[in-house]
Design a protein around this ligand. Sequence first.
Ligand SMILES: [Fe+2]
Ligand SMILES: [Fe+2]
Length: 173
Amino acid sequence: MSENYDRFFTLAEDILRHPAFQRQKAYRHHKASLFEHSILVAYSAHRVARRLKLDEKSVVRGALLHDFFLYDWHVEGRRVRKPLFKKHGFTHARRAMENADFYFDLNPREKDIILKHMFPLNWRPPRYLESWIVNFVDSIVTIKEYFRRSKKEHNPLLQHLHERLKKESRTRE
Ligand SMILES: [Fe+2]
Ligand SMILES: [Fe+2]
């Protein structure tokens, strides 16, 4: 387990530490925060990608940023009425890609992962196997979050990352 955590942390660290990524702690996603949701999707997708010997770095980075739209869609949805195709479900993948592209240096595979993660709601299918994996894992994680009982569920991965980010920033000072 800890080897998986280590490898994931190495690939994810710069994004996890970025203040814009940290902002997602304030945005809800079903019974989790977007920060939490993105990490859980990235970690599970990473394990699949590793097993299949795919581009694990792009999977981690693309998955971490797949919902990087930076607003609370629960609030936004209630505030303004929009036609169906302008609603969050249809538009947020592009918004996330544009934000991610602004803050980070993305390769074509990472962009595709973000942009196509809502297929078939967004009709253009993923171009890479890595994008299909994130698309699939995102659906599973979202369903699990939707049905979980409480907002505060202990998760060893999140706990591990939290402690590591704290400890390693202390040693850097
Ligand atoms: Fe999404
Ligand atoms: Fe998602």
